[in-house]
Design a protein around this ligand. Structure first.
Ligand code: CTP
Ligand code: CA
Length: 218
């Protein structure tokens, strides 16, 4: 294992981070995905490791290098991600940054062909809510942090999500602008104590501040 031995504020702590999108296959060549670069989640994993935590990063498909000191597990689908998260427990904290696909479809074994007229319709089923399952689990980490990407009524939706999913904190960001794939993020931190509005910051700085807050809480 990496990290943990450097004597930082999070030395001896195991922190689980999810990041990136999931890919839900339609057939061997097509998939349904969310828009996510993975940058914010990777920055958080790196910032936690820099404070001495042992970090397990469960990552959907992204084009990013693993941050120094982070142990990475690659997954494709939401169900894979749920299984990898369960296997990575126990953890002292979990930060669920991944843009998990809400729906999957039964993947066809062979490539679906256009020939034959009408376009295919996809029968969708709902994926497991990894954050809600973790928060309700007997092996619940002491601190469970979720993210909420919203395009409108950001704090209202994030506050409702915090209650619905049983998370300690929700980090809400307004994705109506150019946040997706961009380098900066304006976030609202929703906790039991209320809502903090952070100024627009580079994603690395959001990560460093959040890692410090997590160290304060643990
Ligand atoms: N999340 C998860 N598993 C899912 C869906 C979401 O763990 N199947 C987590 C995300 O990683 C994030 C938080 O839940 O930390 C909020 O995700 P979001 O998509 O904003 O919430 P949903 O409940 O899926 O609501 P919405 O209908 O707005 O997509
Ligand atoms: Ca969702």
């Amino acid at each position: 294992h990496f990290g943990g031995g450097t004597g930082g504020r999070l030395a001896g702590k195991h922190i689980l981070v999810t990041a990136g999108p999931t890919h839900e296959p339609i057939d061997p060549v097509r998939y349904i995905a969310n828009r996510s670069s993975g940058k914010q989640g990777y920055a958080i994993a790196g910032a936690l490791a820099a404070l001495g935590a042992r970090v397990t990063l469960v990552s959907g498909p992204v084009a990013l290098a693993t941050p120094p000191g982070v142990s990475r597990i690659d997954v494709e689908t939401a169900q894979d991600m749920a299984n990898a998260v369960a296997r990575a427990l126990p953890a002292d904290a979990a930060v669920m940054v991944a843009a998990v696909g809400d729906w999957r479809t039964d993947a066809a074994g062979q490539k679906i062909k256009k020939e034959g007229g009408a376009p295919p319709s996809l029968q969708l089923s709902e994926n497991p809510d990894i954050l809600a399952m973790l928060a309700a689990s007997p092996r619940r980490p002491a601190l469970v942090v979720g993210f909420a990407a919203e395009t409108e009524r950001v704090v209202e939706h994030a506050t409702a999500k915090r209650a619905r999913k049983g998370a300690d904190w929700i980090v809400a960001n307004d994705v109506s602008g150019d946040v997706m794939g961009g380098e900066a993020n304006a976030i609202h931190l929703v906790t039991a104590d209320g809502v903090e509005h952070w100024e627009r910051l580079p994603k690395d700085e959001v990560a460093r501040r959040l890692a410090q807050r997590i160290a304060d809480a643990l």
